[in-house]
Write a protein that binds this ligand. Structure first.
Ligand SMILES: [Zn+2]
Length: 94
């Protein structure tokens, strides 16, 4: 257990070094209002974000600072484009 973990008086799981998606967990930063330990995470895009431990250990953990969602939305639009054209083509033919 790191000195900072001891400082936070936490017996929470040490998530240092954990990687979920684009995020690399660095160190515990603080406790949130509910007493959950917040972890300082470094995203592959270069941003950093403090994320609650339960958001990192749940079945579908947070996987980016938010940039992954933006990318996914862009990809979805690209996939939806051709599909919509195909649909209208079928309708015109019918
Ligand atoms: Zn990011």
């Amino acid at each position: 257990m790191s000195a900072l973990m001891a400082t936070l008086h936490t017996n929470a799981r040490d998530l240092s070094g954990l990687r979920t998606g684009r995020l690399l967990v660095s160190h515990p930063s603080k406790r949130d209002a509910d007493g959950h330990v917040m972890w300082h995470c470094i995203c592959d895009c270069g941003k950093t974000k403090d994320i609650a431990s339960n958001s990192l250990t749940r079945k579908k953990p947070v996987q980016s600072c938010g940039c992954m969602n933006a990318t996914t939305a862009q990809v979805k639009r690209l996939i939806d484009g051709p599909w919509n054209e195909a649909k209208s083509y079928v309708i015109r033919d019918g």
